[in-house]
Design a protein around this ligand. Structure first.
Ligand code: FAD
Length: 404
């Protein structure tokens, strides 16, 4: 008999059994889900909690790309691109219904900052880092095909390059990773808020809130995967680890009616030369993203950001005369980046995994990162926990687990 349990019933089971865990993960975005999957696959007794629902925050507000990140080559983030491309290939293989290859187009105009030779070198390096696997091919689109590119502006157009990357439904991908973790035995509970944790004995006592009640359980290690709230979460731990200096950077997207594009367009914003993506998305057109430094994680797209995105679209697709009133949806996510004076666009996008030891107990915090590399980040996180955890027998390998 298949018994579907509510979050409340699952939490009741914890207190009823006074359960203790090897790993307690806070935050049900892609990183929390990934660590839960990796920990359960390694045989650990695993708890994952999320105060809202799975993928309630950044992991539903991304640009939906499963990609190496061609533009990161400009800032020499080769290691990030290499790992991202490897994870992209794995996701094509292990999650074919959730992650699909999509053609990307890069138009180069007379006034485009990035020149055709630079794009050609970038794409060659990208293919090299993919290991010339399937989907590593790229080409220069011949002039006679330009008319079939969704009405792309032809004046001053000098070249169009086409290559392949992936697209996903980020929230669905996160739910699939949670489902995989549950299947491997992880306890995964939504609508369950982390209130605090206190060091006790060889681990921690956690206080969790569900339906207005406080539930307590114990865990040897804690993983803080609370995205833009990471440092707030650390302050709830006693003793509290020293938080890293971070910047919060909001990225906004808009959704327009109808799907006009047969692939994802890599557009240079006329105002500041940043890369903006215009893409088909669930029968509509999705445009993003902006980058605005913000003070806190709760944010919505501003009118200024909406006009910046529409202006970029009009520059390249003048026959799509959308105004802010035509925007049918808008959403924003908040990135965690290392604090610094450099433009957010140029700052490192790799996750930083920070470990805080307190005798035999350990808190590991995930700062930043990418949807694409969640599995790799999760395995690196687990590697930091292993010396603290008891020996367990692995039951699966995340490299080959299928996601549905
Ligand atoms: C605009 C934008 C576009 C992006 N586009 C891409 C892309 O195209 N491709 C790509 O690979 N990456 C992309 N990224 C990066 C990627 O989306 C993020 O790295 C990733 O989603 C972060 O996931 P996370 O699990 O760390 O955080 P989140 O998804 O934010 O999850 C944190 C969770 O913690 C929960 N939480 C917080 N406090 C508590 C508490 N006290 N108790 C319980 N739960 C709590 C929150 O409710 C939330 O659900 C993008 C990021 C942004 C901002």
């Amino acid at each position: 008999m298949n018994i579907e349990r509510t979050g409340f019933e699952k939490a009741a089971m914890i207190t009823a059994e006074n359960e203790s865990f090897d790993v307690a993960i806070i935050g049900g975005g892609i990183h929390g889900a990934g660590v839960a999957q990796a920990a359960a696959a390694a045989g650990y007794r695993t708890l994952l909690i999320e105060r809202e629902h799975w993928a309630a925050a950044t992991s539903r507000a991304s640009s939906k790309l499963i990609h190496g990140g061609l533009r990161y080559l400009e800032s020499a983030q080769f290691r990030l691109v290499y790992h991202s491309l490897r994870e992209r290939q794995r996701l094509f293989r292990n999650a074919p219904t959730l992650v699909e290859p999509v053609p990307f187009y890069i138009p180069i105009y007379k006034q485009t900052r990035r020149r055709p030779w630079q794009i050609r070198i970038g794409l060659s390096l990208y293919a090299l880092l993919t290991g010339f696997a399937r989907h590593a091919r790229f080409r220069s689109v011949p002039r006679h095909e330009w008319g079939g590119l969704g009405g792309l502006l032809q004046n001053d157009l000098q070249a169009v390059f086409q290559y392949w990357d992936g697209q996903t439904d980020d929230a669905a991908l996160t739910r699939a990773v949670v489902a995989s973790a549950e299947k491997l035995g992880a306890r995964c509970i939504e609508h369950c808020q982390f209130i605090g944790a206190q060091k006790s004995g060889d681990g921690f006592t956690l206080q969790l809130q569900l339906s207005g009640k406080i539930w307590k359980c114990t865990a040897t290690t804690i993983v803080n995967a609370t995205g833009p709230w990471v440092n707030d979460t650390l302050q709830r731990c006693t003793p509290a680890p020293t938080p890293r200096a971070i910047s919060l950077v909001k990225g906004s997207h808009i959704v327009l009616p109808h799907s006009h594009l047969g692939g994802i367009f890599y557009l240079e914003a006329p105002r500041d030369s940043r890369v903006i993506f215009a893409m088909p998305w669930q029968g509509k057109t999705l445009i993003g993203t902006t980058e605005t430094e913000v003070k806190n994680a709760d944010s919505t797209p501003s009118e200024h950001e909406v006009s910046y995105l529409l202006e970029t679209l009009h520059r390249y697709f003048p026959h799509l005369p959308y105004t802010p009133r035509d925007v049918i949806d808008r959403f924003a996510g908040v990135r965690v980046l290392p604090a610094g004076n450099e433009r957010a666009f140029n700052r490192a996008r790799e996750s930083v995994i920070e470990s805080f030891d307190n005798g035999s107990a350990r808190i590991v915090t995930i700062y930043g990162g990418k949807l694409t590399t969640y599995r790799h980040t999760a395995e690196l996180t687990l590697a930091q926990l292993k010396t603290t955890l008891p020996k367990r027998k692995p039951i699966a390998d995340t490299k080959t687990l299928n996601l549905y």
